[in-house]
Structures are given as structure tokens and as C-alpha cells.
Design a protein around this ligand. Structure first.
Ligand code: PLP
Length: 398
């Protein structure tokens, strides 16, 4: 099996790394080690690597080993949620430190910086990280971290990871990339120079809308030791069954991501020519302003060829007729379930301004009130297109 992260062994690694048959029973699927503690032979002499399950658990370790391999990282750390991963990464910061935050990040990430970290003395500025000049202008002598989401949620903007790593490092800051939308199947930020990769594994990595989780991958040993220490000190660890579900999802990540991407591209094309749609955001469309950067991020650190791998399953679009028309469409679909979250096998639709990104209120960042976001699932794409078409043609009740 290849251990070269740029090699096609990705699908093989998703199924085998960290997942050798259980030595005790030969089980081919990693067992759920539902134990809170581990017996010791003698005082201070555990049987293996574990003494207490907040510190470590074999199901969690299997997930971490696999995720690290997929990201081309030396280390993986799993968390109870994506926000727990982000919070733990930010525990490396100290009062007086400054963070440059993309101006189009997940609302919960913004809320963490604005409502939890800022009162603790960790300041931040919002910047359009797709604009190198705006990014450089936002950096200060006390900037320690640049926080990038690419593609962003909900506008699917893509920033050049390698270029931003250079900008951040030139200012002695680290670059963290929330790569939840892309997954390691499409892009591997560490191979492009980023210092940390963050995932809400709740989404594509687990892939079935049945568990909440998060992950951090990195290659720096000292930072990993601090983060593992902080995670144990804070205690925001995932349970073994959640790790099992996530790992089970990871095993099918390549086939799911390809299928999500194929259907999303068809849906983005369909929406682009729909009379009720004003604008479509999807980096897989050749005329999308972020297409070239998405290709660059993916080609140099991902599955190799975006043409084969696709551009992910998230599409957002602005409905003609303003907020009322958008809300009406979101409430009229039958297959696309009106719900927050993304990345599962079932298609979802949501109104970011009122749902996932409501916590951006007061940030100065405004989303078009007629913006809708869809997570394209694995249903038959013709059924999904028919569902959206019917919903977009829905007329107001008078
Ligand atoms: N990052 C992104 C891009 C997200 O979309 C989300 C959740 O929607 C998170 C982080 C937070 O993840 P979680 O809900 O698993 O805490």
C-alpha cells in the first residue's frame, strides 16, 4: 500500500490505514471500544498504550491514524465536534494575540471568535482571503494565526492555500484551513504549506448525518503534543461509537465525494440557466470566479485531477424576487430537506442568513437575503433537479 499522500492509494488508505484486523478476534471492522478505563498489570503498568479513555481510546486512535494518512499529516486528533476542534486549536493562542479570519466563515466559527475569544483578549479582523492585498493589509505584528475556510461556507469562495501559507509565514503567523467542504479527497492543505487542517467530520467525512465530530491534522510534533495535552485537559473528546461511525463513513469517502460532485455540477448547471435564479456559486463551473483557484488547490494537493474528483457537493444560489421568494423555494422542496448541516447522503436546503449564518448578525458581513445553500446528496440527480424546479416555480399564496 502506498504511503505517498499524492498517490492514488487514497481509497486504499481510507479503508485500511489504522484499520488492521483486530489482533484478538480478527474482526475486519474496528471494534467500538466502549470502555472508560483500562486495567493495569501493576501500578503504573497498563497492558497497552491506554490508561483512561479521555486520554485515549483504540477506536479513536484508528480514526486519527486514518485521517492523518488521508491528509498527508504526521498527526490526527479527533474531537467531540468541529467546534471543539476549532476551540482546541485556538487554545494555542494567548491574550494579546490577533487572528485574521476569512470574512465568509461558518457562522459558528465567527461566533467563537467574537463572543468567546474576543472577551478573553484574543482579537481578530475579518478579511477577504481571496484577495492577497486585503489579506496582507489585515496582518499585524501580533497576528499569530490566519484562519481560512476554502471553499467557504456559504459562498463557495476559494482562496489560494499555498499563497496564503507564504503570506502568513512571512509574518510569523500560522495558517489553519477549515477544509470541511473539500475533505482530503479534494484538497490536502498541509501539502500546500498550511500548518493545521480542521474538519467538521459531522459532514462529508462521516457522511450519513448520524454523528457529530471534529478533527485536526498537523505535522508539527511540538504543536501536536500541546494540542493533545489541551484536549485531555479540556476533555472535549469524541465517544468511541461516534469515532466508529465516522471511520465507517471515511471508508466510502472517495466514492461518495465523486458522486456528490457529479450531481452538484449538474445541479449548478441547471440552476445557472433557470429563470428564477439570479446567480449560482459553484467552483466547479468553468466560469465561476473561483474555478481556477479551486483547481489549483485540488490539483497540487488533492486526488490529482479535479476532472476526475469533481468539486464537491455544495452549491449556493440567489433566487430572483428577494428573501420571500427564496424562503418560499426553501420551504417548497420535498426531497431537499429544509435543515442545517451538509455532507450527508440525503440532500438538504437552507437559508444561510436565517439559519447557519444567523450568528454573523452584527459582524458587518451581510449575506444576500435571497441566498439559498444546498447540500447535494446521493439521490437520483433527475429527481433532485425536478424537486428544485418545482420549488422555484412555486408562486406566493394570495
Ligand atoms: N466548519 C464548517 C465549515 C462548518 O460548516 C461547521 C458546521 O456546520 C463547523 C465547522 C462546525 O462543526 P460542528 O457542527 O461539527 O461543530
Amino acid at each position: 500500500m502506498s504511503s505517498d499522500p499524492g498517490n492514488d492509494g487514497f481509497a486504499t488508505r481510507a479503508i485500511h490505514v489504522g484499520q488492521e484486523p483486530d489482533p484478538a478476534t480478527g474482526a475486519v471492522s474496528v471494534p467500538v471500544y466502549a470502555t472508560s478505563t483500562y486495567a493495569q498489570r501493576a501500578v503504573g503498568e497498563p497492558y497497552g498504550a491506554y490508561d483512561y479513555a479521555r486520554g485515549g481510546n483504540p477506536t479513536r486512535a484508528a480514526l486519527e491514524t486514518c485521517l492523518a494518512s488521508l491528509e498527508g499529516a504526521r498527526h490526527g486528533l479527533a474531537f467531540a465536534s468541529g467546534m471543539a476542534a476549532i476551540t482546541t486549536l485556538c487554545s494555542l493562542l494567548a491574550p494579546g494575540d490577533h487572528v485574521v479570519l476569512g470574512d465568509d466563515v461558518y457562522g459558528g466559527t465567527y461566533r467563537l471568535f467574537a463572543r468567546v475569544l474576543a472577551p478573553l483578549g484574543i482579537t481578530f479582523s475579518l478579511a477577504d482571503l481571496t484577495d492577497a492585498g486585503a489579506t496582507a493589509a489585515a496582518l499585524r505584528p501580533e497576528t499569530r494565526l490566519v484562519w481560512l475556510e476554502t471553499p467557504t461556507n456559504p459562498l463557495l469562495k476559494c482562496a489560494d492555500i499555498a499563497a496564503l501559507a507564504d503570506v502568513a509565514h512571512a509574518h510569523d503567523a500560522a495558517l489553519a484551513v477549515d477544509s470541511t467542504f473539500a475533505t482530503p479527497y479534494l484538497q490536502r492543505p498541509l501539502l500546500l504549506g498550511a500548518d493545521f487542517v480542521v474538519h467538521s467530520t459531522t459532514k462529508y467525512l462521516a457522511g450519513h448525518s448520524d454523528t457529530i465530530g471534529g478533527a485536526l491534522c498537523l505535522s508539527d510534533d511540538a504543536r501536536h503534543a500541546r494540542l493533545a495535552y489541551h484536549r485531555n485537559a479540556v476533555g472535549n473528546v469524541p465517544g468511541p461509537f461516534d469515532c466508529f461511525l465516522t471511520l465507517r463513513g471515511v471508508r466510502t469517502l472517495p466514492v461518495r465525494m465523486r458522486a456528490h460532485g457529479e450531481s452538484a455540477l449538474e445541479i449548478a448547471r441547471f440552476l445557472s440557466s433557470h429563470p428564477a435564479v439570479e446567480r449560482v456559486h459553484y467552483p466547479g463551473l468553468p466560469d465561476d470566479p473561483h474555478h481556477a483557484v479551486a483547481r489549483k488547490n485540488q490539483a497540487s494537493g488533492g486526488a490529482g485531477s479535479p476532472d476526475r474528483a469533481g468539486f464537491g457537493g455544495m452549491v449556493s444560489f440567489v433566487v430572483r424576487g428577494g428573501e420571500a421568494a427564496a424562503r418560499r423555494a426553501a420551504e417548497s422542496t420535498r426531497l431537499f430537506l429544509l435543515a442545517e448541516s451538509l455532507g450527508g447522503v440525503e440532500s438538504l436546503i437552507e437559508h444561510p442568513g436565517a439559519m447557519t449564518h444567523a450568528s454573523l448578525a452584527g459582524s458587518g458581513v451581510t449575506l444576500d437575503p435571497a441566498l439559498l445553500r444546498v447540500s447535494v446528496g446521493l439521490e437520483d440527480v433527475a429527481d433532485l433537479i425536478a424537486d428544485l424546479d418545482t420549488a422555484l416555480r412555486e408562486k406566493p399564496v394570495i
